[in-house]
Write a protein that binds this ligand. Structure first.
Ligand code: GDX
Ligand code: MN
Length: 365
């Protein structure tokens, strides 16, 4: 039977109750664990109580434990869920963000089917707006293409996705990794994807036709911490090798829904001011030593410039250093604004092709 984990925050509970009910009612699920960032309190407890009553399934609400060693965040929630699953006897564990407005049994079905067919890992993917997933598209995929060009990592469709399912064997393998166990912050998804590939687990990327309807962002400032932590996660893995061939299967996917084709995933006007204004003094010496990171007009942040900037960031960025964080943030925001201004207006298909092509550019070196 399957064990389902929902990491959730107490400031973000609007769709939580619905998702918990969907999981509890699913015939393959006998345990739902909701891992919050605060000690259990209503209304999460009430929602769990209602869901348990419906499904006859165990539904628990707990606070995340302090398991990793970096900033306490989503990683501690995922690790808490993984540890609790391994302490029990279930066969499989699923993870889903708790803010998916259109969460349905189909999310669980597609993953169960992939594991039934023999894969160790089922990893969900779906169409996204061409301006969404901008940490994935400008940091994680091209970063992996720099560090492990012949591996399957740059081809993983959603390496930062929070939705996936594991067999017990896969869960044990990931839990045994010190890189996974330290990662209490937003870097957790990067290290999990990396270790899935490194350990040779078979990964089946499963397509979710309805896509994921969840909170879009305000300005790109909302992704600032995620950017730094995902970059740091790549850096900490950079000395390790990934095998060239992987057991990697990807579902066929259907057409891109119109709503996704036309969506803009963040507030462009609120984002522009983030790259203007004086840089802090700490940033000056960094820019002198690393010319590819020098501020430039948005129109200049093409694939070539970004390739140089990303290499400098992968080599030298320091998490927690105010100068490095501001330099990295402005370079990334500039790159995302370039993509938004130059590629996105050409339509979803061409914009996505441009993102893929940019990963190819860094991959070829
Ligand atoms: N317990 C706990 N503690 N839950 C958290 C925390 C935390 O510190 N931070 C976030 N969550 C929950 C949150 O409530 C939600 O259910 C889920 O984790 C994801 O957070 P959200 O703020 O919705 O992140 P976002 O921007 O939607 O990112 C997700 O997708 C990204 C991606 O696919 O690109 C998230 O799964 C990222 O890890 C992933 O990079
Ligand atoms: Mn979300």
């Amino acid at each position: 039977m399957a064990f389902v984990v929902f990491p959730f925050r107490y400031d973000d509970l609007d769709v939580f109750a619905r998702s918990v009910e969907v999981a509890a009612l699913h015939p393959a699920v006998d345990h739902v664990l909701c891992v919050g960032d605060h000690p259990p309190r209503s209304p999460a407890l009430e929602a769990a109580g209602r869901a348990a009553g419906l499904g006859g399934c165990v539904v628990e609400v707990v606070q995340q434990s302090r398991l990793g060693t970096l900033r306490p965040g989503k990683g501690d929630a995922i690790l808490s869920g993984l540890g609790a699953f391994l302490d029990g006897t279930g066969d499989r564990v699923h993870f889903y963000d708790a803010d998916i407005r259109n969460f349905s049994p189909a999310w669980i079905d597609v993953a169960e089917a992939a594991l039934d067919a023999g894969s160790d890992v089922a990893k969900h993917f779906f169409h996204r707006a061409s301006t969404d997933a901008q940490v994935t598209w400008h940091i994680t995929k091209p970063g992996a293409a720099v560090l492990w060009p012949s591996s399957g990592f740059p081809d993983v469709r959603q390496p930062l996705g929070g939705e996936f399912a594991l067999t017990r064997r896969a869960a044990e393998s990931l839990w045994s990794s010190p890189h996974v166990r330290e990662r209490s912050d937003w870097g957790i998804d990067t290290v999990l994807t990396f270790e899935m590939l490194r350990s040779g687990l078979s990964v089946h990327e499963v397509f979710v036709a309805g896509g994921k309807d969840h909170g879009y962002y305000g300005s790109l400032g909302d992704l600032r911490v995620m950017l730094f932590e995902c970059l740091d996660a790549l850096q900490r893995l950079s000395a390790l090798e990934l095998p060239p061939a992987t057991n990697h299967e990807i579902d066929e996917w259907a057409e891109v829904p119109e709503a996704v084709q036309n969506a803009v995933a963040f507030d462009v006007e609120a984002t522009r001011p983030l790259v203007t204004g004086p840089l802090p003094v700490e940033a000056m010496s960094i820019l002198e030593a690393h010319p590819p990171l020098t501020p430039a007009p948005i129109a200049a942040w093409d694939d070539h410039r970004w390739s140089g900037a990303l290499r400098s960031l992968l080599a030298e960025f320091v998490l927690g250093d105010a100068g490095w964080e501001e330099v990295a943030f402005r370079a990334w925001v500039s790159r995302v604004l370039f993509h938004t201004a130059v590629n996105a207006p050409r339509g979803h298909e061409r914009a996505m092709r441009a993102l893929h092509a940019a990963v190819g550019v860094v991959r070829r070196g």
